[in-house]
Design a protein around this ligand. Structure first.
Ligand code: NZQ
Ligand code: ZN
Length: 386
């Protein structure tokens, strides 16, 4: 096992009817900015619950944060934070509202020029306003991690940053808030969480059986619960299991002391930035191609995954690897997610900018750092058809 430091300061408040606990986390003399997306919270009762919990507080609102949140939108919110002398940022919604909130929290106190600079220089963030969230979409794990992903339309970029100052102080996870999710977002969330685990698991063994079993248990839970949420959207226990699985998939725990990959995410972010495909749908398109492309270098883990996650009993290693890839594709299809560029009505020739853009950024992807522009083009070629 590799050396590591693990520190996760986010308080998780989980369960039915937990939104009123907001008042235990916020002091009445803090001026709070509520940040949210396109309005789902006003249709499903979450906004009302928050306003009721915070009645008597000094509250300012900033709505309209788009999916794949934009730098320009975040900068408008930074202005509100400054004009209104805001003390605390409260995100209500999915990963996009929360990632934007993290950017705004850091940008509001940034002293090294244009806040976009910190997207390429994470350590230049020296402080951030405190933030918390009421999460309504289990997917990103943003509710318990220091990561955020922000897009910039003028430059066609979609970049991640990681900095411990933007860990949420608390996250309220009430699975009932997820009842109103449309099928596509249920599927997106399950697929995103699944791929987060795969990015930290599907590499090579380093004799870390506990991390492996954590990862496998989350994968099995998502495989069992994901289809149930599509069939019976108002089943509380199913939703609760998915919410907790998605949080644990990316709260940093399962990735400590083990190699990590993240090439599916980096390539996927380009597909979103350049062609507007939903985040999770880029992952279900790219991951199967990555597994096919790297079936040699990931062979030990592919065999273990076929046996432990999919229960395959075959003796032949090549057959087990085939099963690992086929079952992964089958699960994504069961969730209604695309598994090839073709499923998203695209061909290899439609995505010519991905490999050169990543090359310009000096991409050396994968757990061995050996996936460059040539390999990315090969992966996209493999992703063209299922
Ligand atoms: O904007 P509103 O009206 O709220 O509607 C949203 C949006 O249209 C809707 N929604 C959310 N909760 C709902 C709901 N609709 C009905 N009922 C509810 N309870 O769902 C749509 C998608 O929301 P969004 O927040 O965009 O989705 P998600 O949580 O999947 O976040 C995606 C973003 O997170 C980034 C992605 O790249 C993308 O930008 N990621 C962030 C990560 C992190 N911070 O650690 C890691 C991930 O890998 C990912 O890259
Ligand atoms: Zn993701």
């Amino acid at each position: 096992m590799n050396n590591f430091t693990f520190h996760n300061p986010t308080k998780i408040i989980f369960g039915k009817g937990t939104i009123p606990k907001l008042k235990d986390e916020l002091s009445i003399d803090q001026k709070v900015l509520l940040l949210y997306g396109g309005g789902s919270i006003k249709k499903n009762g979450v906004y009302e619950q928050v306003m009721q919990a915070l009645s008597g507080y000094d509250i300012v609102e900033f709505g309209g944060i788009e999916s794949n949140p934009q730098y320009a939108t975040c900068m408008k919110a930074v202005q509100v934070v400054k004009n209104e002398s805001i003390d605390f940022l409260l995100s209500i919604g999915g990963g996009s509202a929360l990632d934007a909130t993290k950017f705004i929290a850091a940008a509001a106190l940034y002293e090294s020029g244009d806040p976009w600079n910190f997207m390429n220089d994470w350590d230049s963030i020296k402080s951030a306003l405190p933030l918390g969230c009421v999460l309504t979409l289990p997917a990103t794990g943003s509710e318990a991690n220091p990561n955020a992903v922000i897009s910039r339309a003028e430059t066609g970029e979609k970049l991640a940053f990681i900095n411990a100052h933007v860990f949420p102080q608390f996250s309220i996870l009430d699975p009932e808030t997820t009842f109103s999710l449309p099928e596509r977002q249920i599927a997106n969330g399950v697929v995103d969480a699944f791929v987060h685990v795969m990015e930290q698991y599907m590499t090579y063994p380093v004799n870390a059986p506990l991390q492996d079993r954590f990862a496998e248990s989350i994968l099995i839970t998502l495989i069992e619960e994901g289809p149930k949420a599509l069939q019976n959207p108002r089943d509380y226990d199913t939703r609760a299991n998915i919410v907790w699985a998605a949080t644990l998939a990316l709260n940093l725990l399962i990735g400590v002391g083990v190699p990590q990959d993240w090439q599916t995410h980096v390539i996927g972010h380009e597909l979103t930035a350049l062609y507007g495909i939903d985040h999770a749908r880029t992952l279900s398109i790219i991951l199967p191609a990555v597994l096919k492309h790297q079936r040699r270098s990931k062979d030990d883990k592919l065999v273990q995954y076929a046996q432990r996650v999919w229960g395959a009993r075959e003796k032949d290693r090549e057959k087990l690897i085939d099963i690992a890839i086929e079952r992964t594709v089958g699960f994504f299809k069961q969730m209604g997610a695309p598994t090839s560029l073709g499923d998203a009505r695209l061909t290899f020739d439609d995505v010519p900018k991905v490999a050169p853009t990543l090359e310009k950024r000096g991409a050396n992807l994968g757990e061995h750092g050996d996936i460059g522009a040539k390999e990315i083009a090969e992966i996209l070629q493999m992703a063209a058809t299922a």
